[in-house]
Structure formats: C-alpha cells, structure tokens
Design a binder for this molecule. Structure first.
Ligand code: BYC
Ligand code: FE
Ligand code: FE
Length: 493
C-alpha cells in the first residue's frame, strides 16, 4: 500500500516526502545543518569542478508512475544539487520480520531499550557516505572521459544524499544527541589522524580510476548488502530510507562493474592488435598504454580484502544483538524460509584444519551458532554477488580469446578484522609464515611500481566523445545520449 508521500515538497529548501513543512522542529534542525553541509561539500567534494555544469540525475519522487520517472536528468552545478529526503512508501501493517520481536508491529518511534544500538548503526552507515566523497575528491582531474567524470559526480552527489538520509533519522528520532552526531559526521575526515572515518576501508586512498571502479564494485556493494540488511529493520523509518537508497545504489554498482569491464576489454583488444598471446607479458602489455590483467588482479585482491573487513568479525555478539533486537536482519530476510529467530541454527565458517600458521592442512568448516555468525553469512552473500560480476569480466577476456581468469582471493587473504586477522594466507588459501607472506606480498598486492605505472596512465581526456587509451568506450550510455554528448560542461576550458 502506498500513501500520499510519493510527491516531493519543493516549496521548502530541502526536497522531501516526509512532510517537513509541517514538522518545524526537524525542518529547522536540518536547515541549521545545511550550511555546514555545503561548507563540507565545497571543502571536501569534487575538487576543481564545483562551478561546472554536470548532467545529473536528481531523485524527485520515490516511485515511477507511467511516464513519471523517480528521477529527472538535467545540467546542475553540484553545490546547487537538490539533496532531498526520500523514504520508500510506508507499507501498511508492516511487522518486524525477525528476532525476538518477530511478528510484532514495526516501530515508528525508536524503541527505548535499543536506542543506543540503533543510533550506532545509523551513525556508522552515515559516516561511510561522506567518507567515500572525500576519498574520491581528486579523481575528476584525471577522468578518462567526460562520461566517466559525470558518473563519478553522480555517485558523489548521491552519497551526499545518503548522508542527508541518515542525518534526517538522527535529527528526527534522536533529539539532541542525534544533532551532535549529525555535526560529527561533518567533522570526521577520511584518512585523518585525529578524526578519521569510523571504518577501516573508508580511510584508504582512492588514488586512480581503476581503484575507483573497484571501490564502486566492491565497497559500494558492501553498501548494498548492509542497506539490504537494514532495509529489513523493525524500525520502519530506517527500513524505508534504506529501501529508497538501494534504488540509487544500483547505479553505483553499474559504474564499477562496467568500468572494470571496459578496462579489461581495452586491454584484451590492445593485446590482440599487437599480437600478444600471453597476458602475463606485463612489460609488453604496459607498453601499449593499457593495464595488464595481472595488475588488475592485484588491485582487485586489495579492494576485495579491504571490503571483506567492513563486514566486521565473522563471529560477533554485536551482530547477534542487532538481530535479536530486530534492528538489522539478514540479506533479503523476507525471502528466507526459517523461523527468523535462529536460536537453534548453526552456520559454518572455514577454519584452518591444523590451527596455526605454518600448517598446510587445508580448511574445514566449523559450525557456530547462527546468531553469532551473521556477519560471516552476509559476507558470504556478498562474495556470491561479487562472483556474478567477476564472471562477466572473465567472459570479456575469454571472448577475445585469451586464457586468463580473474578470481576472488580466499576469504582469509590479507584481513585486518575478524577470525583470520592473525593468519597469513595466500590468495589461494594456503597458510604461510609471516616472513614468507611478506616476501611474496608484491605478487598479490599492488607495489610501488604498479602504482607508478597506473598513475602514469591517469592523464585527463576531456574532449567529448574521446576516451583515455586504457579504457573502452561504453556500449550503453546513461539516458540514451549520443556518443559525443557533453556530459560535463567544464567551467574553465
Ligand atoms: N573498521 O562485532 P564486530 C556504504 C568495530 S558501506 C573499523 O566485529 P559488528 C558505502 C565495530 O564497530 C556500508 N572498525 O562487528 C559504501 C565494533 O566497535 P565497538 C556501511 C570496525 O559490530 C561505499 C568492533 O569493531 N554500513 O554504505 O557486528 C560508498 C567489533 O565489531 C570494523 C554499515 O556498515 C572495520 N572494518 O559489525 C559509500 C552498516 N569492523 O562497537 C557508502 C552499519 C568492525 O566495539 N554497521 N569494527 O566500538 C554495522 O552493521 C556494523 O557496525 C558493522 C560491524 C557491520 C560495520
Ligand atoms: Fe551510499
Ligand atoms: Fe554507493
């Protein structure tokens, strides 16, 4: 069932479908937060392009009716983007779908006993959104095309909107401490020593466009998995917010998957034209001005393993508490058929057969209480989802006739968080000594020379319809625009 809230109120500063006009307290709170947000955007948003006209999608309603799409496309200067507050329509009689309260009516106010836990989840979700904008702020300057530049900025403004979405929940439902948290979200900075972003991967650099595409493929996909879990929440406003965010998130994943596909395609085409049969002839391939497949594999190993850490420890009482409380469910909980309480269930986690480092005895699956293993389960769902995309990259390789496959590394490879953090596992899942691991690190993860090579390719290509040497032209373009479309009208040419 849908309600009236599918139209957006453009009469107020902040486009919304949450009746802000009649909620003076929250509206004032957000209007007070807005200037700080704009300051943050000017400081930490895309560097050098704030006065350019960008062909952007703006969400204007939450559902498509006939010809009315949920978003409109037009040229916008990014600081004028209309960051709105849009929640998916409220479902009538929604019930809490899992945990101790399963089957009870969903909450429309914060349940007092879970207030701190809920606030923490919302703050962590909110913190990642501006963090990613900060990580990507210099990439516009080296964009391989105006098309890619536009896609970067589209992702950036939508991550900004996701921050608004979490700040709305904090301001509306958490009173004074919610306002304090909202201010802190603008104060922390990715990579800062004294006020870093909350989760590890959001303090890493995104220095080049291959990193950007891998980030949107893997790390935005963690966003998808986490949002899917929070969309199940018994706290209905969080559920509705996350459901609408997922609509936008699909584009972020498209940018990542298609970006890597285009890089792989270009590399394979260039190898074929040059008569190179062996993709591991790194120097010969690099001389063609394209990124060799083994380096793509190494960069992928890095981004995948950093993203696995974002799921938290495989065994976690936090995750059990979130679930029991009805705050954070499983991936697509509503499609799973069990009692949604998991009191008796178990879940298997791979552990090294002979325990400690130095043992090459393989892996075996150890069963744990399912409630404690929810992070591992979500992480496994994530890996399944990733493998669909990786399969498409490999198809692009095999279609050009090359014998090379990109593969996700073992779950224990290069981990800083969770049950594998003290192990030294190779991408194939062999446990080696710390010294042996360090000695071979450069085979598995990008080293200085790989980084320098990729950096050398990062020359801007700002002519409409042109693409940098190392990436193929897209087959499908946004909103069916022609090939020479001017996706970004640069302010100073
Ligand atoms: N780095 O029981 P544990 C996105 C902390 S991405 C640093 O193991 P738990 C996006 C943890 O906070 C999605 N600290 O794990 C993508 C805890 O600290 P306290 C973001 C970490 O709590 C791209 C302690 O270690 N949303 O949207 O079950 C662009 C023990 O934790 C890390 C969410 O994550 C880490 N990697 O699960 C833009 C959803 N991992 O409490 C946006 C909300 C753990 O002892 N968050 N810790 O001080 C959650 O559901 C959970 O907080 C986590 C961790 C899944 C992150
Ligand atoms: Fe987001
Ligand atoms: Fe995203």
């Amino acid at each position: 069932m849908t309600t009236l809230d599918s139209t957006v109120d453009y009469d107020v500063l902040i486009p919304n479908n949450v009746a802000l006009a009649s909620d003076a307290r929250v509206r004032r709170g957000l209007e007070r937060w807005h200037p700080g947000y704009i300051d943050w955007w000017m400081d930490m948003g895309p560097d050098g392009f704030q006065t350019s006209d960008v062909y952007l999608r703006t969400a204007v309603r939450v559902e498509s009716k006939g010809a009315d799409k949920w978003a409109v496309f037009d040229y916008v200067k990014m600081p004028d983007y209309r960051w709105g507050i849009l929640l998916a329509p409220q479902a009538e009689d929604r019930k809490i779908p899992f945990g101790r309260h399963v089957g009870e009516p969903a909450w429309h106010e914060v349940p007092g006993e879970y207030r701190a836990m809920l606030r923490r989840l919302i703050v962590i979700q909110g913190d990642t959104e501006p963090a990613s904008v900060e990580q990507q702020r210099f990439l516009g300057k080296t964009a391989p095309s105006l098309y890619d530049m536009r896609n970067l900025f589209q992702v950036n403004v939508e991550e900004g909107r996701h921050l608004w979405a979490m700040v709305y929940l904090l301001q509306k439902y958490f009173g004074r401490d919610g306002r304090e948290e909202a201010a802190e979200l603008l104060r922390r900075r990715s990579g800062s020593d004294d006020a870093p972003r909350m989760l590890g991967a959001f303090n890493e650099e995104t220095p080049d466009w291959l990193s950007f595409f891998l980030f949107t493929f893997f790390t935005d996909r963690d966003g998808k998995m986490q949002l899917e879990s929070l969309a199940q929440s018994g706290f209905d406003p969080l559920s509705r917010t996350c459901r609408f965010m997922l609509t936008e998130e699909a584009f972020h994943m498209f940018v990542g998957e298609s970006g890597v596909t285009r890089i792989v395609q270009r590399t394979c085409e260039a190898m074929r034209e040059a008569g190179i049969d062996d993709p591991t002839e790194i120097e010969a391939v690099r001389a063609l001005g394209v990124i060799d497949l083994p380096t793509i594999q190494k960069k992928m190993n890095l981004h995948y393993s950093l993203t696995l850490d974002l799921f938290g420890s495989e065994l976690s009482t936090n995750s059990a508490n979130f679930f029991n409380a009805g705050l954070k469910g499983r991936f697509r909980e509503h499609r799973l058929e069990d009692d949604h309480r998991l009191l008796e269930d178990t879940y298997g986690i791979p552990e090294p057969a002979n325990g400690a480092a130095g043992s090459n005895g393989g892996w075996h699956i150890v069963q744990h209480p399912a409630l404690n293993a929810l992070n591992a389960r979500l992480r496994d769902d994530f890996t399944t989802d990733c493998n669909l995309g990786v399969g498409r990259w490999n198809k692009a390789i095999s279609q050009t006739g090359f014998d090379f496959a990109i593969t996700l590394p073992h779950v224990a490879f290069h981990r800083q968080i969770g049950v594998y953090r003290d192990l030294h596992a190779t991408p194939a899942g062999e446990i080696v000594s710390e010294d042996a691991w360090n000695a071979r690190r450069g085979e598995w993860l990008p080293d200085d020379s790989d980084r320098a090579f990729i950096e050398s390719l990062m020359e801007p290509e700002f002519r409409p319809g042109h693409y940098a040497s190392w990436i193929a032209e897209p087959r499908i373009r946004i909103n069916h625009k022609p090939g020479d479309f001017e996706w970004v009208k640069l302010a100073e040419a």
